[in-house]
Write a protein that binds this ligand. Sequence first.
Ligand SMILES: Cc1cc2nc3c(=O)[nH]c(=O)nc-3n(C[C@H](O)[C@H](O)[C@H](O)COP(=O)(O)OP(=O)(O)OC[C@H]3O[C@@H](n4cnc5c(N)ncnc54)[C@H](O)[C@@H]3O)c2cc1C
Length: 654
Amino acid sequence: MATTHPRSLNDASISMVGPFDEDELAGHLEEASIPAVLMALYQLTGDHKWLEEPYAPLPPPPEAAEDDWDHGGLSPERQAEVRGAALEALIAWSQGTPPAVPAPQGDVLTEMMSVCVSETIDPQYSPMMATHLGFDDSEDPHPTGPIPDGFSCLVIGAGISGLAMAYRLQIAGIPFRVLERGAEVGGVWRDNVYPGAGVDTANELYSFTFFPRDWSMHYAKRDEMMTYLKEFTDHYDLRRYIEFGSTVVEARYDEDRQIWKVRYTDSEGTEHTAEASALVTAMGIFAEPKIPPIQGLSTFEGPLFHSSQWPEGLDYAGKRLAVVGTGASAMQIVPATADQAESVTVFQRTPSWIKPSAKYFERVSDSYHWLANHVPYYRAWMKFRMAWRGYDRVFSSLWIDPDWDRPDESINARNHALRDNLLKHIRSYLSDRSDLLGKVTPRYPVYGKRLLLDNGWYGALKKPNVELLDEAVVEILPHGLRTESGVERDADIVIMATGFQTTHYLGPTRIHGRGGVELHEFWGDENALAYLGLMTPGYPNLFYTYGPNSQGTGGSFTASAEQQSRFIVQMISKMIDDGIGAVEPKRDLFEEYNATIDEKLESSIWAHPNVTTYYKNRHGRIVIVRPWSMVEFWHMQRTPRMDDYVVEPARRPS
Ligand SMILES: Cc1cc2nc3c(=O)[nH]c(=O)nc-3n(C[C@H](O)[C@H](O)[C@H](O)COP(=O)(O)OP(=O)(O)OC[C@H]3O[C@@H](n4cnc5c(N)ncnc54)[C@H](O)[C@@H]3O)c2cc1C
């Protein structure tokens, strides 16, 4: 049955270590964000005045960098008053006074969030944020009755999604195993070891709600991300469920026995079969590299490899590097290698929009760590302030305004304002390099592709040993590369930062559902389809994480993984409690749902003619992203509505 664990972000992160050293506490409060302190103060005391004038933070003026609005616009005297009151309340708390509002929800949470960021927040965000901030005090999903003999679940993959599944299944007490083809957990973070590899979502958000960490940087590098995922795995003792070196080749649904038969090979190539009542794919969409079929690929005489297959110990110092592609990986590789390499030639097909980030290179301060670990709710509110900037704020800029009069550049007024801001950022770096300005300015509207963070990209392009060629590579030569206009550059090492086979959901793994129909055949070419991104009719008890049309524009993937794993464990718990042997979405609903997706996405930014993106399959259908805001999708996936599904009673003794 369910095991106990720290239920919320706050329980997990606050160590009550007896009386505070008052001077130390006062010193750290000097560095604290006033809006977050106000929220903690309200939770500790229950005194509503901290949410009202004259304490409520003021909205930042448009020109103020949001990262720097930690004083909340309060005068130094008011800030001192808030800090003084916080000191008093924290000392009282450390001496045993319980918090007055430990888990704000509903209207109270909506009001607090609105005050914290000085804007009116719709009440529909309240339940979602209660979950993300650790204020949701409802139980983790789990079966209430006994688990039938032989019932088990099988998860494919041990990246963030597979680990989120393992965590939840373990808590729910549902028997399971995880098959992972690699030798370690971590998925993309295990594989992508190229120089400069790191996150582009602030780590306070890109980490599990139930396992916060004192990140060294606001945006961690790959090694720290791997340390985090390994520590998570070991903390919850999840390794014992994972069989490494196990590659799933095929799964077949046995309609009579209502089970999945899974065929996999171990690291020696020996074939095995496993059986499971429920099958969860946690195979990601960035697991299979994509290398375009450029002529002469095999003729290159030096190392040539995909960015996710960086050779261990590769010595690139003093070498001529060729980087093909200018997506997220190239953007990290070029600034990280330019100082050591003799030269770096970048071959660009499409430039990316890049937004500045004041905190990208910053270490997290000791005070932040201290406050996050000692002041209850502080971390949660800091997390909220970061989250709010990225979540649905951009959503309205993603939809084509049919009356918009500058359709070549942008799609609506808000989208155009973003473009103007990002153009200013480009010019602030490159006004003295007219040769680069034109090349780096994207020809598609902002958000048509994933918006990248500036990690020193423009600065790197200006280095004397870095060259940007704005052309596709058409041929690889034994010692170099040739572009479509015939420009040739010599290279010692070629790095194919050319992306992943994102639209080939589930890669080469074959999944046969009812009637033996293979899933890719049911879908059609690169055309994965699901209901709520989670299930497909004809494939009972098969659940996807990172499924078709499930990706959002803002936010962090860990939040999606938590949400999807929660839904899946809710559904599996229902199967157990209600004696369900097979569950799958109703076909008409599934069809209607996907027709709605296509219809809505027709007026989205990704349908803009200048947008080429890994969100679209080769026939132009958008298969990766969804047309719903983060909060809409959260509510859609919050809990299974059993009327939407066809269920078959279990043919096993229950
Ligand atoms: C370089 C890079 C940086 C990124 N940065 C961010 C970021 O900053 N913020 C963000 O939100 N997202 C980011 N992403 C997106 C990222 O994919 C998700 O955040 C997340 O890591 C996906 O986790 P996952 O478990 O779903 O998939 P993956 O991490 O891809 O894990 C899938 C696992 O399944 C295994 N597997 C696949 N097929 C089989 C099989 N047949 N049998 C057995 N095992 C199999 C793989 O070996 C792998 O371990 C980034 C992606 C990349 C590539």
